[in-house]
Design a protein around this ligand. Structure first.
Ligand SMILES: Cc1cc2nc3c(=O)[nH]c(=O)nc-3n(C[C@H](O)[C@H](O)[C@H](O)COP(=O)(O)OP(=O)(O)OC[C@H]3O[C@@H](n4cnc5c(N)ncnc54)[C@H](O)[C@@H]3O)c2cc1C
Length: 504
């Protein structure tokens, strides 16, 4: 494995919202002179050597994806960060690599090294007439980085990114790496295990714990993903009254009485965006319907502001700047007017619709998950408290996603509504977030924080949000990692969250 020690002693996240002091940043890469499998296995050995060295020198270590998170979860104060993006080999899977007990079809499986970008996987799959099942609104994350925080899209009959992962190759220490999959859903054959020179562990609880684990279970070296046939999304964004009819859909995801662009057809994606300064003209409602792929369509083009159909508010909210409160409504309306163009029957593949990797301006983003039944209570609360704790320099966005089986996935409610609050970087925005979380707690709304976005996670909140699941997660970490390895994969934020416990 190539390890380039950059000598960097500071690291800044992509949003430039914090700078971390580090010992070094290593750029990792596969050796060029080896074939794909030998190169992959050589990198496994290299990653183990880095862990051994970190233990020997008592240096904290952490894998970095694309650096898109707002929380300090990919960083490690005083430690070594490993840039995994160049680790982007992919392997198509043959029948010989698949267990006889696997219930799916090998042609839909893809084994990807952890640094592959979501966009890279999309391009690879498209050439094979396949597609990922979902992605976030933007696709600049690496596959391991996206699952590391439980990144979600808005496919409410499917789930979040980690929900299409069916196997994980995990480096759990200097002398051990494992292939982890669910005992209830075996995937790979003995030949596959032999090819990776690894050890098979089939365990539902361990697998679910590792899925969303913010870099705390060692290094995810590769993931097996289930894909599907390439499809098109038929997409619309309309303005609709925020009335009982829309509220009922938000609370139930029951479309049987819907008056949406394709009538009562159940969409693949449904999201609602509320501009508190222009409610008279209705909510922005995005619906996307899944269609079989056919080549005769016109892919989306960016509008003048560079915003495409699948983009979320994060893509343009950074263009807002802080102004005095009295000017906020005008400013938000002006930016939305320039950036959000309604669209009608626009077609694209998943990768074409959710394609944005461009960040505009310095922004903050927070997101919380809640059961869908609470979505309109929260929306109404947000509109009303905007008059007291606001005005918020942004909009309120609601997306819907099926509950995840990941132990610490924040989309953990059977049907989860994710409210996103994107706004310019400022102390005012941070203060506003603090007050919103307090208001949600005062109203006794059950909610969880997106691990990778601005949040105020505390041990007490984790206990309230996850109950025994958090203890199970800690137990799984202690089962898979020895005490030395746990120590080097512990960073300050994990300690702050109270998830760093070493069990006797
Ligand atoms: C413009 C924009 C839009 C966004 N849209 C969405 C969205 O629609 N939905 C959503 O849910 N989120 C969204 N996010 C948040 C983002 O998806 C998450 O923060 C995601 O985790 C970032 O992925 P990354 O590759 O940048 O990972 P990083 O931020 O670099 O890392 C995330 C975590 O993964 C760990 N990690 C990375 N690689 C490995 C590895 N190989 N082994 C072990 N651990 C690893 C890191 O240590 C860290 O703990 C958005 C962010 C931006 C900037």
């Amino acid at each position: 494995m190539k390890t380039i020690k950059t000598g960097d002693t500071t690291w800044e996240n992509r949003h430039e919202t914090f700078v971390e002091n580090i010992k070094d940043l290593y750029e990792l890469g596969n050796e060029d002179n080896l074939d794909a499998l030998d190169g992959y296995n050589d990198t496994t050995t290299g990653l183990q050597a880095l862990i051994a060295d970190a233990i020997a020198t008592q240096t904290p270590l952490r894998a970095l994806g694309s650096g898109w998170s707002w929380t300090q979860i990919a960083t490690v104060n005083g430690g070594v960060m490993m840039d995994t993006k160049p680790l982007n080999t992919v392997f198509d899977i043959s029948a010989a690599s698949v267990s006889a007990a696997y219930t799916g079809s090998p042609q839909y499986l893809l084994f990807a090294q952890s640094g592959n970008g979501i966009w890279e996987l999309g391009e690879h799959l498209r050439a094979r007439n396949l597609s990922l099942k979902t992605s976030g609104a933007s696709n600049g994350q690496t596959i391991a980085g996206a699952i590391g925080t439980g990144a979600h899209g808005s496919a409410f009959d499917f789930g979040a990114v980690q929900d299409f992962v069916v196997g994980l190759h995990l480096i759990v220490g200097p002398n051990r790496h494992i292939w982890l999959e669910r005992a209830s859903a075996p995937v790979v054959s003995a030949a596959f295990i032999q090819n990776l020179q690894t050890e098979l562990v089939q365990d539902d609880d361990l697998f679910n714990a590792v899925l969303v684990s913010f870099g705390s279970f060692g290094i995810v070296h590769g993931v097996m993903v289930e894909t599907e046939d390439l499809f098109l999304l038929e997409t619309y964004m309309d303005r609709m009254p925020y009335d009982d009819s829309l509220k009922t859909i938000m609370q139930t995801l029951d479309f049987s009485n819907a008056n949406l662009p394709c009538g009562t057809e159940r969409p693949y994606h449904f999201s609602v965006l509320l501009n508190p300064y222009d409610m008279a003209n209705g909510a922005y409602v995005t619906t996307m319907y899944k269609r079989p792929y056919q080549p005769n369509y016109t892919p989306p083009v960016d509008n003048a502001a560079g915003i495409g159909p699948g983009d979320d508010a994060a893509c343009f909210m950074g263009t807002l700047t802080e102004v005095v409160p009295a000017l906020i409504p005008t400013l938000v309306n002006k930016v939305l007017g320039a950036s959000l163009t309604l669209f009608n029957k626009q077609f694209g593949t998943l990768g074409e619709i959710f394609n944005n990797t461009t960040l505009r301006g310095k922004l903050l983003s927070a997101a919380v998950g809640m059961p869908i039944a609470y979505s309109t209570q929260v929306a109404d609360l947000m509109l009303s408290i905007n008059n007291t704790i606001g005005p918020f320099t942004g909009i309120f966005s609601f997306r819907f996603v099926k509950g995840t089986s990941a132990t610490m996935g924040f989309t953990r409610f059977g049907q989860t509504c994710v409210m996103e609050l994107d706004a310019p970087y400022s102390d005012t925005t941070y203060n506003y977030y603090t007050q919103v979380w307090q208001q949600l707690e005062n109203a006794q709304i059950p909610f969880t924080f997106h691990w990778g976005k601005v949040n105020e996670v505390t041990p007490t909140r984790i206990a309230n949000m996850y109950g025994p699941a958090a203890t199970d997660w800690i137990a799984a970490r202690n089962k898979l990692l020895d005490a030395d390895t746990i120590k080097i994969f512990t960073n300050p934020i994990l300690q702050q969250w109270g998830l760093d416990t070493v069990l006797p």
